[in-house]
Design a binder for this molecule. Structure first.
Ligand code: IDP
Ligand code: MG
Length: 145
């Protein structure tokens, strides 16, 4: 009974260890931080994201001036796509570990604060809400949804 109840508290979110991180050999360190925090890997795949999928994933930014550069960047070489889970508010746990979007503003101790220095190359994506997590997991890991 207790175990059954506990299992319902599991929440999943979606991350991308972006091409810059894979190119720089930071994948292991980034995943290690998420695991050390207490999150578990549910699925992971190293692949080059195709343009259409990138445009869907970043659809909220389609009208922004940096959209073309963002799609070029996220599709330029393999990225590590992954689903992680934790006991609650997993998306928020990941966002806290990531740090601010602009690495200039990201606090020391965060992934972006410690390893990145400029936009757009900020190493990691994490879903920004449970709803975004559901949408993004369905886009990248349809078998899990
Ligand atoms: P997030 O990754 O922290 O959720 P978003 O605002 O969703 O940030 O932006 C998505 C990605 O687009 C960022 O991670 C970054 O790579 C890129 N980006 C965001 N704002 C800018 C900008 O003003 N110039 C260039 N790239 C940007
Ligand atoms: Mg975002």
């Amino acid at each position: 009974m207790g175990l059954l109840l506990a299992s319902r508290l599991v929440e999943r979110t979606f991350i991308i260890v972006k091409p810059d991180a894979v190119e720089r050999g930071l994948t292991g360190q980034i995943l290690a931080r998420l695991e050390a925090k207490g999150l578990s890997l549910v699925a992971a795949e190293l692949k080059t994201i195709d343009r259409a999928t990138a445009e869907t994933h970043y659809g909220e930014h389609a009208e922004k001036p940096f959209f073309g550069d963002l799609v070029d960047f996220i599709t330029r070489s393999p990225a590590l796509l992954a689903v992680v889970e934790g006991p609650k508010e997993t998306y928020k746990v990941v966002r806290t570990l990531m740090g601010a979007t602009n690495p200039i503003d990201a606090a020391p101790g965060t992934i972006r604060g410690d390893f990145a220095i400029e936009m757009t190359e900020n190493l990691i994506h994490g879903s920004d809400s449970p709803e975004s997590a559901t949408r993004e997991i369905a886009l990248f890991f349809p078998g899990l949804a």
